[in-house]
Design a protein around this ligand. Structure first.
Ligand code: 2AM
Ligand code: CA
Length: 267
């Protein structure tokens, strides 16, 4: 039986909207906040509740699909064989806790390692970024145009200031010239939103040192659907089963920055 991708696409969007309602309703309730790997790595009861909601839906309608979820309620996914849902119930949990805005639900569906459906729902702004491979990317009902050529000195690049300090993942001297040459930098604190913004042309590039598959799986599909490029910082393809550094952007700008600033033409 052939896979009904239109149905999966509609389900992903519908469930993201439903999950958004669950999160909005939670604003009136008490939040339980815990930490994970370190004191700044937050998780709330809502992250878990929303992940369970989405997983229940996938399991009910697509029992033979695998699920990779940030909070670990999904499957122990070891390969991208078959159909895999990659879910981040709340991307930007710190924003969710501190600001009650600038967080998103990220849902991606891959088949044999190929991105098929990508959905990023910025809940409080009610912005649904969605793409079905080969059918274009959309913001709500509006089709997103293909990304245009942009010069570095006219570009806006998203990155987190952490990567400009001395840290164990990145020599800041590599990023400083990029920051000095672009028109401006932004930091939203949600990788999914930052990737959706690249797809929508609101940002021209996004650089970060470490993301997990659920942070970037949907954004990758959106960006590629509008002709953008997303790789790791060495210009290599992303591994959807592991953490990666991330460099996404309009294709010409991506190539220019990679060659001039990140690999010195050696990559
Ligand atoms: P989260 O909110 O779901 O944890 C913050 O700059 C962005 O990076 C958020 O999308 C956040 O996702 C993600 N992030 C934060 N710490 C991370 C880590 N240690 N590994 C992977 N992604 C992380
Ligand atoms: Ca995340």
């Amino acid at each position: 039986m052939s896979t009904d991708w239109e149905r999966i696409y509609e389900h992903a969007i519908e469930w993201a909207y439903e999950a958004g309602t669950i999160i909005r309703d939670s604003f009136r309730k008490q939040l339980t906040i815990e930490t994970k790997s370190n004191a700044d790595d937050l998780v709330t009861n809502m992250d878990r509740e929303v992940e369970n909601f989405l997983i229940d839906r996938v399991r009910k309608y697509y029992p033979d699909h695998q699920i990779l979820g940030e909070e670990g309620s999904g499957d122990d996914v070891q390969s991208l064989e078959g159909t895999v849902w990659i879910i981040d119930p709340i991307d930007g949990t710190m924003n969710f806790v501190h600001q009650q805005t600038n967080f998103a639900i990220s849902i991606a569906v891959y088949h044999e390692g190929i991105g098929k459906v990508g959905v990023i729902y910025s809940v409080v702004n009610d912005e649904m970024f969605h793409a079905r491979a080969g059918n274009g990317a959309y913001l709500n009902k509006l089709e997103l145009p293909r990304l245009e050529h942009v010069e570095l000195d006219k570009s806006i690049i998203a990155l987190n200031a952490t990567w400009l300090t001395n840290n164990k993942r990145m020599n800041p001297s590599l990023l400083l010239p990029i920051v000095q040459s672009c028109r401006g930098t932004r930091s939203y604190g949600s990788a999914a939103i930052e990737l959706a913004f690249v797809a929508a042309g609101r940002l021209d590039a996004y650089i970060t040192m470490r993301l997990s598959p659920w942070d970037f799986a949907a954004g990758k599909i959106l960006i590629e659907e509008v002709g953008g490029t997303i790789t790791n910082l060495d210009g290599e393809p992303l591994n959807l089963l592991d953490r990666n550094s991330i460099f996404a952007g309009a294709s010409d700008l991506h190539e220019h920055i990679l060659e001039k600033y990140l690999t010195n033409g050696e990559g």
